[in-house]
Design a protein around this ligand. Structure first.
Ligand code: B12
Ligand code: SF4
Length: 633
């Protein structure tokens, strides 16, 4: 039996697929850029909850991410005192098998289940059944729970050093993009109390702070200082604008480190009314000064305000979205289909209202009663929750019996919503470029030196990077409306920033050719046939400061001799699965293609030096050299 070491894991593979045959772990492919044809971004991410737990207990920990059955059983056989599983409801059948196996193979091991699978498990099963599988069903904040369990003091700050990076790209540019997104948890839970919302229920309708504003900024800076490829830090804070002082305080850090504004920004969550209130109190520019680059905004429905959702009753969503876009702030708009007030007379009005907001990215889902929420309790009492298998308990579950719509209709409407967004506004990569050009214009006209001198650079560089995709987006635009919009974005680029440099033009032409090849492949073998799978990784937190990674995979250097990343990362990464010959060949081909493209771009720069732009070309060539094709938000 292993002493004093935690085993933390995600559920084992295989993972269920979503109703539209999408990967359950690919947030951009399944929703944020869904429907964008060739320009759908495919992404990967990690199970951050397990990493937070591992970073905040004194015991060493082994974290398994996406293990296959044999990886999991081999680890369980070592006999750990505790096995912690962090999972979501779609995995509950697998999780129960994992528990049964552990009970048999390592009966001394105490089993813990956390996250949203725990919330659902507790809501659905009686105590006896729960005990059969799990010793501690942990609903709510886990760090305090784990510290108590292993005998650490529950007091003290929650450490978040560096987590593995997430990221995504267009799969025909690169299948294995380097992570470009860092992750930090600033607060869990929300006081909003919306009846459908799992997170407010999970944390007892209150917010638990995980990082003060100063700690959060230090975490953001550490990502920026350690990884030049990180373009964005994804901050978990349910509605950051409900804690305005916390958000506003971030500004101090950015203003003291203005050069960081040139390199990265943050993703956070907000609601229409609270964004409006924040702007009224501090001014709109304060959002930019707080380093915010993209906001997830739950619109839910045009009619949500009339039905008691207080985050949607005071401010006009259109004005808020437009204002944010005009300053360079991207949005992920979220809309749900299947509210009780939805019927055939208003569903298209509602969907089109959402489309009219022109969110940069979108999340279009069905109203889904998650076990453990007040919505689920109410619908169950009304006999309106159908028995769907665990693998179908997610944002598109179809478990709800609608008042006026057929079940299949809501799924079709979701698909229609994604198509409509693409046919109306074009792909998210172009919407983003458009917003960032507005950001550039806004910052250049600002009296604020930090915005004018520093933030403007970020917009300029990122718009020039996205220009690479413009010729391909123009070629494969779904219709003339979108094609004209794309041409207008090109005109805007030229008016605000200048003529594309030879490096940009060469790269744009190459990407266009790659898009043609991808379109031909798509014709005979659509990408949707291949559901993305995550590789198994094993992380060791030995608590002796022996990190060896680059945030993604180990660089194998001894501690104290490595790069800055080696010094800062508190875990060692192993990628135990053998890399197949196919993987190696594909990677070698990708590297040589990019090598050739880089040479062509460098030659173009030398041939027409007067048409170049020192800063833009340096930025783009550096990305090319290091194959940094991660596309953030
Ligand atoms: C990042 C994220 C993702 C990422 C990565 C998630 C992952 N871990 O694999 C991606 C994009 C892949 C994703 C996908 C999905 N997600 Co998601 N996701 C989130 C998000 C935004 C943050 C989650 C997070 O990392 N939080 C930070 C960590 C630290 O918090 P935490 O997980 O709650 O962990 C704390 C406690 O719960 C507890 N804890 C957690 N695990 C464990 C384990 C043990 C042993 C213990 C003791 C404690 C413990 O301790 C932690 C510290 O306090 C949340 C919304 C939110 N604000 O929480 C939605 C959310 C969790 N996702 C949700 C859903 C539905 C999904 C999907 C099913 C998507 C879908 N299409 O329907 C998939 C499933 C993914 C999968 N792996 O199977 C729902 C879950 C609702 C529910 N009741 O089931 C949420 C709440 C969104 C929402 N508002 O409804 N998601
Ligand atoms: S405001 Fe958003 S995060 Fe807060 S309870 Fe409502 S839906 Fe959940």
């Amino acid at each position: 039996m292993i002493d004093h070491t935690l085993l933390l894991t995600t559920p084992c593979y295989p993972y269920p697929t979503l109703p539209m045959n999408d990967s359950i772990t690919d947030a951009t492919g399944q929703r944020f850029t869904k429907g964008d044809d060739l320009f759908t971004v495919i992404s990967h991410t990690h199970c951050f909850a397990n990493h937070i737990l591992a970073q905040n207990v004194s015991w060493p920990s082994i974290v398994l991410e996406y293990p296959r059955w044999e990886d999991f059983t081999a680890e369980v056989a070592k006999g750990y005192p505790y096995l912690g599983i962090s999972a979501y409801p779609p995995h509950l059948d697998t999780v129960m098998k994992m528990c049964e196996h552990t009970r048999k193979r390592s009966p001394e091991t105490k089993i813990l289940l956390g996250s949203y699978a725990a919330q659902a498990f507790k809501a659905v099963y009686d105590e006896e059944t729960q005990k059969k599988y799990v010793d501690h069903v942990v609903v709510g904040e886990g760090v305090q729970f784990m510290r108590n369990l292993v005998g650490d003091s529950p007091e003290g700050p929650v450490q978040q050093v560096l987590f593995p990076k997430a990221g995504g790209s267009l799969p025909w540019l690169t299948r294995h993009p380097r992570g470009s997104i860092g992750f930090l948890v600033s607060g869990l839970g929300c006081i909003g109390g919306c009846d459908f919302c799992s997170t407010t229920a999970m944390f007892g309708n209150k917010r638990t702070q995980m990082l003060s504003a100063d700690e959060l900024f230090r975490g953001i800076k550490l990502y920026g200082d350690t990884f030049p490829e990180v373009m964005m830090v994804f901050v978990i804070e349910e509605d950051h604008f409900r804690v305005p002082a916390h958000l506003h305080k971030l500004r101090d850090g950015w203003l003291e480190n203005p050069s960081l504004l040139e390199r990265l920004d943050c993703f956070t969550f907000g609601s229409v009314d609270n964004i409006g209130k924040f702007a009224k109190q501090y001014g709109w520019d304060a959002i930019l000064e707080a380093g915010v680059g993209c906001i997830f905004i739950g619109v839910e429905s045009k009619f949500a305000g009339q039905h008691g959702y207080d985050k949607r009753s005071e401010h006009d969503a259109k004005l808020v979205f437009d204002k944010l876009h005009s300053m360079g702030i991207r949005t992920v708009g979220a809309w749900m289909c299947g509210w009780d007030w939805h019927d055939h007379s208003n569903i298209h009005e509602d969907l089109n209202y959402f489309v009219s907001l022109r969110p940069t990215y979108q999340q279009i889902t069905r109203v889904s009663p998650f076990p453990g929420t007040p919505l689920w309790e109410r619908l169950r009492a009304e006999g309106r929750v159908t028995d769907v298998p665990w693998e179908d308990v997610h944002f598109w579950s179809g478990a709800q019996k609608n008042t006026n719509l057929e079940t299949h209709e809501t799924l079709n409407l979701v698909q229609e919503g994604y198509d409509l967004m693409y046919r109306t506004w074009g792909p998210s990569v172009m919407r983003r470029m458009d917003v960032q050009l507005e950001g550039y214009r806004h910052c250049m006209a600002s009296d604020n030196v930090a915005l004018r001198r520093h933030k403007s650079k970020l917009y300029r560089q990122q718009a020039s990077m996205l220009w690479w995709m413009l010729p391909a987006c123009d070629r494969f635009a779904p219709n003339g409306i979108v094609r004209r919009r794309i041409r207008k974005i090109d005109e805007k680029y030229r008016a605000y920033i200048g003529e594309p440099t030879p490096v940009m033009r060469t790269m744009g032409a190459m990407v266009d050719k790659m898009a043609i090849a991808a379109k031909l492949r798509e014709f005979v073998s659509p990408m949707n046939r291949y559901v993305k799978e995550e590789p198994f990784k094993r992380y060791t937190y030995d608590k002796r400061g022996n990190g060896n990674g680059n945030g993604h995979g180990g660089d194998g250097r001894a501690p104290g001799t490595g790069s800055m990343a080696s010094e800062a990362i508190p875990y060692r990464t192993e990628w135990p699965g053998p890399k197949s010959a196919e993987f190696r060949t594909e990677n070698a081909m990708i590297h040589s293609t990019w090598g050739v493209i880089r040479l062509a771009c460098e030659a173009a720069r030398r041939l027409k030096p007067s048409e170049g732009d020192e800063e833009i070309d340096r930025y783009l060539l550096e990305r090319l050299r290091n194959e940094r094709f991660g596309i953030g938000f």
